[in-house]
Design a protein around this ligand. Structure first.
Ligand SMILES: Cc1cc2nc3c(=O)[nH]c(=O)nc-3n(C[C@H](O)[C@H](O)[C@H](O)COP(=O)(O)OP(=O)(O)OC[C@H]3O[C@@H](n4cnc5c(N)ncnc54)[C@H](O)[C@@H]3O)c2cc1C
Length: 505
């Protein structure tokens, strides 16, 4: 007999799991289909030499009581059942540059953030205040950021402002401009594209509070698995959807790679809109809509060195580094191959073994997918499809890793002496594990010059097919969570849902 569900969710990234939770809690029958062995998408972890590495969650903002993600995560049961460690309140992010040893701190709390910058840039008080006030103002205008219903849409005037231009309007001090934009890897900042609201919503969440998951973000997935199973939701791994079947202008089922067919009343795709369109026969959905989604530009990808550190060798750093070889921090996404790497972000995971010493470090630098074209035809995920790439790829990775470590050693002299072993991931790793076409970090690239073209509605041109995930609203734990609320509000009264969320915290 065919299985039939009220909701079939394609992909088990954070957005898919959150939609499954909300809908299961309302009493619907829900099935989540995941192509990989591990659920969670970018929440996936892996372990090497007994050390756990995160792949796509290094820190989370807004988790202090009363803050937005604390409320959302309380509703999902993620506050009591996941261990977090608060990061350094005096400087959770530190921005550094190759031209001196100074570290510029992004401190937690709006007043502290301002005071910390004023200490270093005493002549820039007016510009710093202008910056902070605007960030505040923008965040106040996004209703779900503040757990309010979206009665009126967001004012377009908040969508078409450039982040770079706004920061430049606050101060002519080039170093301060670079410090304010210094953590722009958090949203893959493009000087000629990134809207100010993206910068504001992301940065503000961390300024409010910044936490790390202890022993990896995989805890979030495990908690979802427990609660979803207890509500009767069916979670199926190794379930790659290969087509979305449409009959009479409605989706009737999805087909899996192994031949199974899953039937449902409603379908939510948690995968990239472009890949979603590729699963539907081209004559079954409106052409202009399909083409728009197929042609969306994505944000850049990354190359990462995951270093296992020697025991009791390198201090645990309760903060992240965003290091730049130049003041032009917006230019690194357009790096010239000859000068790679132009920047790196370094994240030290929190583990329960020690708060004094670090057991690992993730070091990330932007990487364009086009560099991986020579191996584009290969495919690698574990435990299936192991070792499908050739020696030239391994050699290339080694060369890149060593270059990245050279730059890291300009910041942390002798860093190599602390390394026990290291592993790397590339845009191909993200492409193969997450299922995008180019391993993009955060999916669809937002452009302040044309904000509506990158606006993706949860509704599609098929009445019972919906979208969720980082491409919808915004990326990141908060952006995706808000996206899941927007998607589920197609079926549940949003005001009622927000009441339930507020009651949970
Ligand atoms: C390197 C990196 C670092 C990051 N750091 C942070 C951070 O520190 N803090 C933060 O808040 N955010 C961070 N993010 C962003 C955050 O992780 C993502 O925005 C978020 O997890 C994306 O969730 P999603 O719901 O869009 O699903 P995704 O994570 O994109 O998952 C999609 C899922 O769909 C599955 N899938 C794809 N195709 C199919 C198919 N055909 N059939 C079945 N299943 C399929 C995939 O296997 C995957 O499991 C980071 C992201 C990256 C890449």
């Amino acid at each position: 007999m065919e299985e039939k569900y009220d909701f079939v969710i394609i992909g088990s990234g954070l957005g898919g799991l959150e939609c499954a939770y909300i809908l299961s809690k309302q009493g619907h029958s829900v099935c989540v289909l995941e192509k990989n062995r591990q659920f969670g998408g970018c929440l996936q972890i892996f372990s090497r030499d007994k050390v756990i590495f995160d792949t796509g969650v290094h820190y989370i903002g807004g988790l202090d009581p009363g803050q937005n993600l604390h409320s959302y995560f309380s509703y999902f049961g993620l506050m009591d059942n996941v261990k977090y460690r608060k990061m350094d309140e005096d400087g959770f992010d530190r921005i550094s540059f190759s031209d001196n040893q100074k570290e510029y701190k992004h401190a937690m709390g709006h007043d502290r953030f301002r005071e910390e910058l004023e200490k270093v840039f005493p002549k820039e008080k007016v510009g710093i205040k202008k910056y902070i006030d605007k960030i505040h103002e923008i965040c106040a205008h996004f209703p779900l950021y503040n757990l309010q219903t979206m009665k009126a849409g967001v004012d377009i005037s908040y969508l078409n402002v450039s982040a770079k231009a706004f920061i430049e309007s606050c101060t002519s001090n080039i170093r301060l401009q670079s410090v304010l934009a210094g953590s722009n890897a958090l949203y893959a900042g493009y000087g000629d594209k990134t809207p100010l609201y993206v910068h504001a919503l992301v940065i503000n969440t961390y300024i409010e509070s910044a936490y790390r998951c202890v022993d990896g973000g995989g805890q979030i997935t495990r908690q979802f698995e427990r609660s979803l199973k207890s509500m009767g939701c069916k979670l199926v791994n190794y379930a790659k959807v290969t087509s979305i079947n449409v009959d009479n202008k409605k989706v009737t089922s999805v087909s899996l790679e192994d031949g199974r067919r899953i039937v449902g009343n409603n379908f939510i795709s948690n995968i990239h809109p472009k890949q979603t369109m590729q699963l539907i026969d081209s004559d079954k959905i409106r052409k202009t809509y399909r083409n728009r989604l197929l042609n969306l530009d994505n944000s850049i990808s990354v190359f990462t060195v995951h270093a296992v550190l020697k025991e009791n060798s390198f201090p645990y750093l309760n903060y992240n580094y965003y290091h730049h070889t130049q003041n032009e921090v917006w230019d690194s996404v357009y790096y010239d191959k000859k000068n790679w790497p132009e920047n790196f972000a370094a994240f030290v995971p929190a583990d329960s073994k020690s708060e004094k010493f670090a057991s690992s470090m993730n070091i990330m630098s932007y990487m364009k997918y086009e560099e991986l074209i020579p191996w584009a035809d290969s495919f690698h995920t574990v435990p299936k499809f192991k070792n499908e790439r050739d020696q030239s790829y391994q050699d290339w990775k080694l060369e890149k890793a060593e270059k990245l470590l050279d730059l890291v050693e300009t910041k942390f002299p002798n860093f190599r002496s602390h390394i026990k072993s290291y592993y790397t991931s590339t845009p191909l790793s993200f492409r193969d594990y997450i299922g995008t076409s180019d391993g993009s970090l955060y999916g669809v690239l937002k452009d302040y010059k044309d904000p509506l073209i990158t606006y993706i509605s949860p509704k599609t041109k098929l009445p019972n097919l919906f979208l969720t995930g980082q491409n919808l609203n915004m990326h990141g734990m908060l952006g995706v969570t808000i996206g899941a609320i927007v998607t589920c509000s197609q079926f549940i009264d949003m005001e009622e849902l927000l009441k339930q969320i507020k009651r949970a915290s």
